[in-house]
Write a protein that binds this ligand. Structure first.
Ligand code: HEC
Ligand code: HEC
Length: 280
């Protein structure tokens, strides 16, 4: 699923230059109109839980391929942090989402003003819990090394990747987790993962008309189809009319590590704190 997208983008990128320039011109006009509309407001007027839910749906259609549902696992800028290169205010982020960042893969989007605001409401939930500056999780080189061993022995890579290392897709990438979370938040993630599950990582159980069920994470959904990754990391797609029900699962799919011996846990935290690489 996720892998199939870049090739599509490559195809789009191979339009002859002359044509792509006129395309760009044509695309510019509505974008300028959108950005003018934004000048009228400084703060997001669409922040209710229903707005966040709708924003999540739109994000899963337009943004997930580059930013990941967790805002950390794609090739776009990391959104699961409060750091924003192009400004943190609602207005700054509105501008980036609507108009893009010229000279980068982040292009503008054909969205209504209220859609942009709703997406931003969802993007705000990705940054929640993250400190404004890196370094809140102090690195201790010794414990990072022993913690790395614990990380391998406990099978964390079965679900997580760490930057370019590992291919676990059943949990968020941890490559920049030490920059994005304070130590105590990481401790809670390990001993009581169910306490703070980001919306993107709440598992969904789909029951099909033939009564079989599939549990996994939503990648993308529209009026007709639901795309997900199941717990064996297989991409699955279902037509809506073949689905009899869909329900979000309570809790986290990450097992709690509350019974890990205290010293091992501290080492593990030391290793996680040393992972500062994901934030660009
Ligand atoms: C084709 C890939 C791609 C898509 C699709 C995409 N982005 Fe981006 N996005 C990027 C890249 C790359 C950057 C970094 C730009 C730069 O170098 O400053 C970025 C930057 C951003 C930033 C600014 C981050 C900062 O530090 O200031 C925000 C916010 C953002 N994207 C949100 C979104 C949202 C919301 C969507 C969907 C509507 C979206 N992006 C779709 C690739 C993408
Ligand atoms: C069965 C899959 C699975 C295994 C095994 C697993 N995790 Fe997770 N992990 C997840 C999922 C799913 C989430 C996101 C939901 C949540 O926060 O509970 C997560 C979340 C986390 C987070 C919080 C990330 C954030 O953005 O705040 C950390 C830290 C973490 N895991 C570390 C570990 C470590 C260390 C291990 C090994 C000791 C491990 N995980 C083992 C699936 C797993």
């Amino acid at each position: 699923m996720v892998e199939s997208q870049p090739s599509k983008l490559l195809v789009a990128g191979s339009i002859p230059v002359s044509r792509s320039i006129s395309l760009v011109r044509r695309l510019m006009l509505p974008l300028v109109a959108l950005s003018l509309a934004a000048q009228s407001r400084d703060t997001n007027p669409h922040t209710s839980p229903a707005d966040v839910a709708e924003g999540r749906r739109l994000y899963s259609l337009f943004c997930v391929f580059c930013h990941g549902m967790d805002g950390a696992s794609g090739r776009g800028a990391r959104l699961a942090t409060t750091f924003r290169r192009h400004g943190t205010s609602d207005r700054d982020q509105y501008r980036v989402i609507a108009n893009g960042v010229s000279g980068t893969e982040m292009s503008g989007h054909f969205l209504q003003e209220d859609e942009v605001w709703r997406i931003l409401s969802f993007v705000r939930t990705l940054e929640r819990g993250a400190p404004a500056s890196p370094g809140a999780c102090a690195v201790d080189a010794g414990s990072a090394v022993s913690g790395r061993r614990v990380f391998e022995q406990r099978g964390c890579l079965g679900c997580h990747s760490v930057g370019l290392e590992g291919s676990g897709r059943l949990g968020p990438d941890l490559g920049g987790i030490g920059a994005a979370r304070p130590r105590e938040a990481l401790r809670e993630s390990l001993v009581a993962p169910e306490r703070a599950v980001a919306p993107a990582w709440r598992a969904v159980r789909v029951t099909l008309r033939d009564q079989s069920t599939v549990t996994g994470f939503l990648l993308n959904e529209d009026e007709y189809t639901v795309h997900m990754i199941d717990m064996s990391e297989r991409a699955r797609s279902f037509e809506r009319r073949g689905i009899s029900s869909m329900a979000r699962q309570a809790g986290s799919t990450m097992p709690p590590y509350a019974s890990v011996p205290p010293q091992e846990l501290e080492h593990l935290l030391g290793y996680l704190c040393s992972l500062k690489g994901g934030s660009q």
